[in-house]
Design a binder for this molecule. Sequence first.
Ligand SMILES: Nc1ncnc2c1ncn2[C@@H]1O[C@H](COP(=O)(O)OP(=O)(O)OP(=O)(O)O)[C@@H](O)[C@H]1O
Ligand SMILES: [Mg+2]
Length: 180
Amino acid sequence: MTPLPVTLRLVAVTNSAEQTRALARALAPLCASGDVLLLAGDLGAGKTTFAQGFGAGLGITEPMTSPTFTLVRQYPVGPRSTGPPQGGVRTLLHADVYRLGTLQEIADLGLGEQVEDEGVALVEWGDVAEPVLGRGSLSVRLAVADDDDRRVITFTSPEGSWSERWPALRAALGQWLVDG
Ligand SMILES: Nc1ncnc2c1ncn2[C@@H]1O[C@H](COP(=O)(O)OP(=O)(O)OP(=O)(O)O)[C@@H](O)[C@H]1O
Ligand SMILES: [Mg+2]
C-alpha cells in the first residue's frame, strides 16, 4: 500500500494580477489568528499582488505597498460587512525579508509572537524563513509560467498543520485549481 503523502499540496493557475488578487481574497477568510503564510517566488512573481488581494479579503481598504524597505507593515483589519473578524484576526502583518541576511534577523522580527493573539502574517521571501517561521505555516509559491501573465501558484502545508482546513481551502480555490 502506498503511504499517504505527508505534505498537503494544491496547485492553482491564474492568468492576470487581478485573478491572483481574487484567489488570495478567497483564501483570506480561512485564516485564523496565529497563521503565518510564507510567500515564495522570484522577483515580480506576484507576492505583493497576492498580499493585496489577501488584505482585501480581510476588509483592509488602505493601499498595500511592498514592504521591501520597511521590512514589516502593519494593517488593522477593519470591520467587514459580513460581521466581526473571522478567526479573531485584528491585524495583518505584511513582511518582506529579502534584505535580511540571516535567519536570526528574521527570527528577531518576532512575527510568530506578534500574530499569536490576533494577527496573521504574510512573509515575502518567506521560504528562506521556513526554519524559523515554518511551524504551522502555509506556503504559497508563485512561479511565472510560459505566458507573461500566467502564474502557477502552489500551496503546501509542510507540517500538515492546515490539514483540517484543506477541504475548505480546496473549495475556496476551486475555480483556479489544476491537477498538481
Ligand atoms: N497572474 C499574475 N499574478 C500576479 N501578478 C501578475 C500576474 N500577471 C501579471 N502580473 C504582474 O506581475 C507583477 C507582480 O509584481 P509583485 O510586486 O506582486 O511581485 P513580487 O513577487 O512581490 O516582487 P518582489 O520580489 O519584487 O517583491 C505585477 O506587475 C503584476 O501586475
Ligand atoms: Mg513584493
